[in-house]
Design a protein around this ligand. Structure first.
Ligand SMILES: Nc1ncnc2c1ncn2[C@@H]1O[C@H](COP(=O)(O)OP(=O)(O)O)[C@@H](O)[C@H]1O
Ligand SMILES: [Mg+2]
Length: 252
């Protein structure tokens, strides 16, 4: 257990995320302003919010990359956390397998790395260089690098934001499969409402430094655009993000 500068108690837990009264300011500006959020073991939560609303700031706090978060509450996160960013951040001078197992040791590391690459559809590409891959393939490697560490919490910051629409759909299916198999808790940051609904068990909206909406996604798979329930949930989330659908339709 370690105390943050702002008096926040940080606990390494085994399985769940619990954040109470989290505060993060940059100068005069309070980006996170008494934020509360819990994530259950194996739960997939999508975090929506406008650009600049503090999504990445929250993620960095959970990843323990930010030591200036404060607040009177606690921050409980598992010991094993992996982070996936919008860019894959592969080391260009290392082959794929070496990127995946970077920093891991033990005799089985390379074998586990090979299995992780196979899981993301890149079997046989162990010796390829990052530059030989498409953007989508690089993100697959980045997922493999996360999963080989068997994280209890997977944090993903707009991981598919730079990919084309078709690649994104394939990555959604891959991520769902991987999460069903490995069952980490997930916090996925996205500004795409449809991506949030497609993937998550629960969608939360960050606004003015707090969680302004927290809605379960009780839709059967596959979650189809056409259904009335889907449209209702989508409309509620968009309204929370400040998009008025009725207004848009009137204008069309
Ligand atoms: N290191 C920093 N120094 C100053 N301001 C920052 C820093 N990091 C983030 N901010 C500010 O905090 C706000 C939230 O940023 P961020 O969490 O990146 O938003 P989001 O990921 O939701 O787009 C923004 O206004 C941003 O300019
Ligand atoms: Mg961000």
């Amino acid at each position: 257990m370690a105390a943050h500068t702002g008096g926040l108690t940080e606990t390494g837990g085994r399985t769940t995320v619990r954040i109470e009264n989290l505060v993060r300011s940059f100068g005069e500006r309070r980006v996170l302003d008494g934020l509360d959020l819990s994530i259950a073991p194996g739960e997939f939560v999508a975090l929506l919010g406008r650009s600049g609303s503090g999504k990445s700031t929250l993620l960095r706090a959970l990843a323990r990359l930010d030591h200036e978060v404060a607040g009177s509450g606690g921050l409980t996160a598992p010991d094993h956390v992996s982070v996936v960013f919008q860019d894959a951040r592969l080391l260009p001078w290392k082959r794929l397998l070496d990127n995946v197992v970077l920093g891991l040791d033990g005799p089985s590391a390379r074998e586990r790395g090979r299995a992780a690459l196979a899981e993301v559809g890149l079997a046989g590409r162990e010796r390829a260089w990052p530059v030989e891959l498409s953007g989508g393939e690089q993100q697959r490697v980045s997922l493999a690098r996360s999963l080989v560490r068997e994280p209890q919490l997977l944090l993903a910051d707009e991981p598919f934001g730079a990919l084309d629409a078709l690649t994104r759909i394939r990555m959604h299916a891959l991520l769902r499969r991987l999460c069903e198999r490995h069952r980490p808790s997930v916090l996925l940051v996205t500004h795409d409402v449809d991506e949030a609904i497609a993937l998550a068990d629960r969608v939360v909206v960050l606004d003015r430094g707090r969680i302004a909406a927290d809605l379960p996604v009780d839709l059967p798979a596959p979650r189809r655009h056409g259904s009335g329930e889907y449209a209702a949930l989508r409309g509620r989330l968009l309204a929370r993000l400040g998009v008025d659908l009725a207004e848009e339709e009137d204008a069309a």
